[in-house]
Each structure stands twice: as structure tokens, then as C-alpha cells.
Write a protein that binds this ligand. Structure first.
Ligand SMILES: Nc1ncnc2c1ncn2[C@@H]1O[C@H](COP(=O)(O)OP(=O)(O)OP(=O)(O)O)[C@@H](O)[C@H]1O
Length: 303
């Protein structure tokens, strides 16, 4: 943890539509907070998906820190583009402005954007882990099976109206219609072969704004927390609610939990991948944890 005085130029990649324009409403105060910590603050507004990554590439040699201002989609886009860079790499930061803001919570960022801007101005920097598969990156999670149905069946109108609750409504709906697939998991720490409903590899502890699944994740240990669910069961939900998934490896009725830095996943049929809420590519995949790859501004949080 250090406070680099050289972090002077901040570039803000702002999705003005995230969280129904939540950031825009307090933008003057947000900027004031950032101007207190950085001598040069420039704002780049995105118009459509993909714009964030284009800005990041252009800013590699201009900005000391690139801050994603928006929801988890914007955070994913910006972090992925930074992680893919070589040579001189700017630091990364988040101004939470979406519905769940899962990764910003993992970094200990205040959910009030004005207070988050003040936190960023403190320039508390840490090197954090990031997930990688086939040259693509994820900050928060990589999943197949049930999880992809959850994000697929979220209706945008319900999301605008009910926010985070829409994720849980969708999860409940998905539980009634899930389909099993054949899964093979191979890693140094754990192997599995059989029918499954879901596989998740996570970096941060929050999913849908809450953290019952993985309360003990560590963003600096070079490991992903992994969960195989063979079939959703009442006893699994009970174990999760009691925060039992806290040791390095746990077995319960219909589920397996372990930690690893590299996991090979094969499925029949190929499964659509959901990473950080974005659906892309299909299995097979080799998922890796890139230990402390991203220089990141964080809040006060212990990993
Ligand atoms: N101006 C824009 N208009 C529409 N979509 C945009 C714009 N800028 C970026 N996007 C894309 O919109 C997607 C969703 O954005 P983001 O996640 O930031 O907001 P959100 O959906 O409100 O938040 P959350 O993901 O937390 O629910 C991202 O994939 C992003 O690339």
C-alpha cells in the first residue's frame, strides 16, 4: 500500500447512462472530490458498448490512472483493456454508478459516488489479482450454467424499477428451469467429472451486491474461489446462508468449493460464458488468476 505522488493525471471513463444516470446527478461534487486529489482530471463519455476500451487504449501514455465511472459493465470493459496492456500501464480505479457495483464493493469503495471520489483522491494503491481466460480478462467472476440464465432473463424494465432485487427474482426463475451439462474440472487442488448445473470462479466476494457465497476471497493471493454446483439443493442454500464456504476446500450435498490459481474446464455441450455479467465465448477454457496484475486505487479494506 502506498501513496504515489506521481499519480497526477486522472482520466475518467464515464458511462452517462449507467444506473439510470445516477452519477450525472452528483457530477459537480464528484469532480470537486477528484480535483482535490489529482492535478489534471479529464472526463471521457462513452456512447455505446466498446467505447470505454477504445478510450483506454488511447490514454495509455497520457493518464496516470484510468477510472471507470459506471456499472459493472463499464468496470469490466476498462479493467480488461488496462490488463491487456504492455509496458507502461496506468493505475485503475472505480467510481460506482451502476446497479450492483460488485467489484467496487470488493475494493472497499463507498457506494456514494461523492464519497468514492474523495476515497480515490486519497490514492491508496494496491496491486490486485485479475482473472484471465484465452487472452480475455475478468475482475469479478467467470461462470457457466445457471449464472448465465440469471443475467439472460433479467428484464431491463424490472432492473430499472427494482435494481438489485431484479437479480434475485431472475435467480429464482432460473432455478426452476435449469438444465444440467457434463462438466470436467481439472486443477492442482481439485478435480471433478460429472453432471453439473453451474461452475463459478470468482475473484471478488460480491455477486448481485451481496456476499453470501464467497465471504473470504482475497484479491491479492493469486487464487480464484471456485464452486461446482451439481444440483441446486436446499442444503446448499442453507450452507451458503450460514457462510460455510470459508475454508480453502469444502464439500457439501451437491456442491464442491475450492481455491486454485489455474483451472481447466471442459463441458458437453459447450457452455456460454458469463464473465463480470458480460456473456462471451463458450467453453472449453483454461482460467487463470493473474496475481496482483492490476495497480488499483482502493478504499479502506482488508483482503
Ligand atoms: N452511453 C452509453 N449508452 C448505452 N450503453 C453504454 C453507454 N456507454 C457504455 N455503455 C455500455 O452499457 C453497458 C452497461 O453499462 P454499466 O454496467 O456501466 O451500467 P449498468 O448496466 O447501469 O450497471 P450494472 O451493470 O451495475 O447494472 C456496458 O456494456 C457499457 O459498455
Amino acid at each position: 500500500m502506498s501513496m504515489p505522488s506521481f499519480l497526477n493525471k486522472a482520466a475518467i471513463i464515464l458511462n452517462p447512462n449507467a444506473g439510470q444516470g445516477r452519477l450525472q446527478k452528483q457530477w459537480d461534487q464528484v469532480l470537486e472530490g477528484l480535483n482535490n486529489g489529482f492535478t489534471d482530471v479529464k472526463v471521457y463519455e462513452t456512447n455505446e458498448p466498446g467505447d470505454g476500451a477504445v478510450f483506454v487504449k488511447k490514454l495509455q501514455h497520457e493518464a496516470d490512472v484510468i477510472i471507470a465511472a459506471g456499472g459493472d459493465g463499464t468496470v469490466h470493459e476498462v479493467a480488461e483493456a488496462i490488463a491487456a496492456m504492455e509496458g507502461q500501464i496506468p493505475a485503475f480505479g472505480i467510481l460506482p454508478g451502476g446497479t450492483c457495483n460488485d467489484f467496487s464493493r470488493a475494493l472497499g469503495m463507498n457506494q456514494d459516488p461523492v464519497l468514492a471520489a474523495q476515497q480515490l483522491s486519497q490514492k491508496q494503491m494496491r496491486q490486485i489479482d485479475i482473472g484471465e481466460f484465452g487472452g480475455e480478462y475478468f475482475t469479478n467472476f467467470w461462470g457457466i450454467g445457471l449464472i448465465t440464465h440469471v443475467s439472460e432473463s433479467i428484464d431491463p424494465t424490472t432492473k430499472d424499477k427494482f435494481g438489485r432485487l431484479s437479480y434475485y427474482l431472475s435467480a429464482a426463475k432460473s432455478l426452476q428451469t435449469w438444465e444440467p451439462f457434463d462438466l470436467k474440472v481439472q486443477s492442482e487442488e481439485f478435480s471433478f467429472e460429472g453432471e453439473a448445473a453451474m461452475f463459478l470462479a470468482v475473484n471478488g466476494p460480491f455477486t448481485g451486491g451481496i456476499k453470501p457465497f464467497f465471504p473470504n476471497t482475497d484479491l491479492q493471493d493469486g487464487k480464484l474461489d471456485c464452486l461446482v454446483i451439481e444440483k441446486p439443493s436446499v442444503s446448499f442454500v442453507w450452507d451458503v446462508l450460514q457462510n460455510r464456504l470459508t475454508d480453502t476446500s469444502v464439500e457439501g450435498e451437491g456442491y464442491h468449493y475450492f481455491q486454485s490459481s489455474e483451472i481447466e474446464i471442459q463441458t458437453t455441450p459447450p457452455q456460454l460464458i458469463d464473465c463480470d455479467g458480460e456473456r462471451k465465448d463458450r467453453t472449453p477454457s483454461i482460467i487463470k488468476c493473474m496475481k496482483q496484475k492490476l495497480h488499483t486505487l482502493t478504499g479502506d479494506v482488508s483482503f
